[in-house]
Design a protein around this ligand. Sequence first.
Ligand code: SF4
Ligand code: SF4
Length: 597
Amino acid sequence: MHSREEVIIGNQAIARGLVEAGLEIAAAYPGTPSSEILPGVVYFRNMEGLKIHTEWSTNELCAFEVAFGAAAYGGARAACFMKQVGLNVAFPALLRSRERSIEGGLVIVSCDDPGPQSSQTEQDTRLIAALFGIPVFDPSSPSEAADVAYHALNWSFENKVPVIIRSTHRVSHARESVPLYDPGARKAAFREGHVAGRGRKLGIVASGMSSSLVYDVIEELGASEEVSLYKVLKVYPVDEALGRFVDSMERVLVLEETDQVIEALIGDVNKVMGRRDGTVPSAGEITYDIVRDILSRVLAGAGSGKGPFVPDGAIEEALSRVAVVPRPPKLCAGCPHRASFFAMQYLWPDAIYPGDIGCYTLGISQGAVDTCLDMGAGVTLAEGFYDAFDQDGKLVPILASIGDSTFLHACMAPLYDAVKNRKRFILVIMDNSTTAMTGMQPTPQTGVTVDGVRTRSVAIEDIVKGLGVNYLRIIDPYDVPAMIRTIGEAFDRLKEEPLPAVIIARRECLLLVKGAAKDAAYPVEIERDCIGCKSCLKTLDCLAMSFDEAAKKIRIDDSLCTNCGICYYACPVQPQGKALKAEKKADRPGAAAPGNR
Ligand code: SF4
Ligand code: SF4
């Protein structure tokens, strides 16, 4: 019997299951929706007084190899955690790992992001696992995730092969009361196979969160006499019983996120409906509404069911009366990145802006991020852009932007490439001293471990210099005039020296210092003097600013404004904005760009 329960999210449940299964080594690189697993291991390790080594790695390949080394050669029970696109970084080692038997046990948790909600792309970890013959589990709830984690580590240890757990953001971040067992005592209870309904006309095969939704939809539609649900927990290798279930049904509907994995494994194109034939949308999250619409449509098409589902509309009607201002993702009010992007754009509105992955990808709304490919590509794409223009004898401003954690994750080799191959572009490293987008995990620059222990830190400027960069400046991005001048000076340096120029824009994330910028007077002048030109909205896109259409003036939300003062530079009627404009007209470094060499 379990001794207690705790309301926890799916990622903490995965951590709990692994800790109970005797986990000894855990490594991870943060990435939504996986970031809470490693802190969960630390939490439960401390709760149980166990000895488990935990570490934030510099990237996912490091995390995988630490866990693999410990498990394959050291005989330990190990695990590593990452998001779905992080698995790509670990891929070379993952691929080789399946070729050898391991001494201990190894669980790789890769969290997918159907939608995607906080990734550059959807990607189905199950597809990679199935393609390369790695067993993969797809839990449907936090409590099942705890059981799966416990079972997976034990199963890996007994069978001497790595195992993948694929979670999705709905499972990882859902909250549920999960039983906690003493280490080694969990009674993992799986519900897999034919789990609901008695019908033979339509068999629904579903996994992960989709299977949880189907339960409820069958009940809401009153369709349990017409359909049957087969829940898949272990997606690869799939259980033989699935084949018998499919054979026993007239038609089969597959509901899974995000790719066609189970559908491909079943393979019967005449009988199976799903993403391949368009019954299910070809991409994106499968929400409750989508499941309900598909199921009622399929049943109506087969001449059964109660016809197309008609919602009672009460909730939609109530929601339509709530005035919610649309709020696309934006940098926080007072974010230092906003000041950097403003300076970059101010000097060269038409420059090429290779971007990267992190909070600062949101610089797209300021027109200062043109690309977002993968971690590190901010630097290498800049190299490619330089080559393309260089062939035509042109030196155009190329301003790449990356974060401090991303620099250490994936940009050191690309920056050395750029030095070695004599590429001319400006790299702005936006150093806010944390991994902000994924939950403020410490970067190697802080030298702080996941346990809060201070060890050895590294300085980005030392690395940049060590890689052979000559032009390096460290600027506070809140000092907008200095930032603009430095970017111009860096471009002038490119004309003389065939090397990248690096500017470290260094100011701590506001979340880290808890909004410490709020020490100046509330910018009342901005509201008072506003002439309604909207220039600040276009160039700053500050969360605290909105336009009052009736008054034809900017309004500043005092509850959000941090008094960073950047808007004074963006406003042509404020002294700071006027001074910038005057300086731009003068012969400032870089002002003559772009041009031919
Ligand atoms: S830039 Fe200045 S004048 Fe123009 S809308 Fe913004 S606050 Fe008003
Ligand atoms: S001072 Fe201006 S730019 Fe800074 S947070 Fe307030 S409104 Fe936004």
